[in-house]
Design a protein around this ligand. Sequence first.
Ligand SMILES: [Zn+2]
Length: 251
Amino acid sequence: MLNKARRWFEDRKLARLPVDRDQWEEAVARWPVATRYEGAQRDRLFDMALRFLVRKELASGGGFQLDDGMSLLIATMAVVPVLELGLDWYDGWYTVIVYEDTFVTPEGEMDEFGVVHEEGRVLAGEAWLQGPVILSWGDIRAASAEEGYNVVIHELAHKLDMLAEGANGAPPLHPGMDGDRWHQVFTHAWQALERAEQAGEPFLDPYALEDPAEFFAVASESFFESPGHLRRVLPDLYEQLALFYRQRPAG
Ligand SMILES: [Zn+2]
């Protein structure tokens, strides 16, 4: 009943949203990952992106002007990880704040609130436990240009991770998935990246080695942005992420 009522209100708001399919297509055209989704799946991506905009508040920070095209692109990047899981996986928080570029946060002060920091590329994004996701538009745009990098997917992966026992690198796994296997695969991947990093040839952003939560977020970025590469370098990890996200972006 609650779901039915929610759906009804959402559909009404959706009908009043001043954006259409053509605008959406134009907005996502600059993001290569979007071309992967075709037919009915693409229709669903469009629908979920609009529902994301209805459910969440996208606010701009520091005087930045967020336009419809930007909002559509951000919403689409945000829903790609939950396309096969459902938008309810993002329940419990409401706000996405977008700054024009990198932003500065007084970090020591934030830890007590459960903030996940992005040190190193510190100021590109943040995700708060039950709080807002904070993003930089400059970094969102870089997703199109830089292989394997996507700050929106990174922060939203933190949100999924936080659904089970805080940000620890393990989101709630589906029935049939094996938590021990997940831990084992991620541990091996961590060690492999550590060796590769020491040899000066990291195959993933070494920022992943900050902690298990960052490893999951960085691996998730790579899973959606450069899945062929991830499957080649870490096939077992790719498989675990495919089981969790219920998608096989490498084909
Ligand atoms: Zn992070």
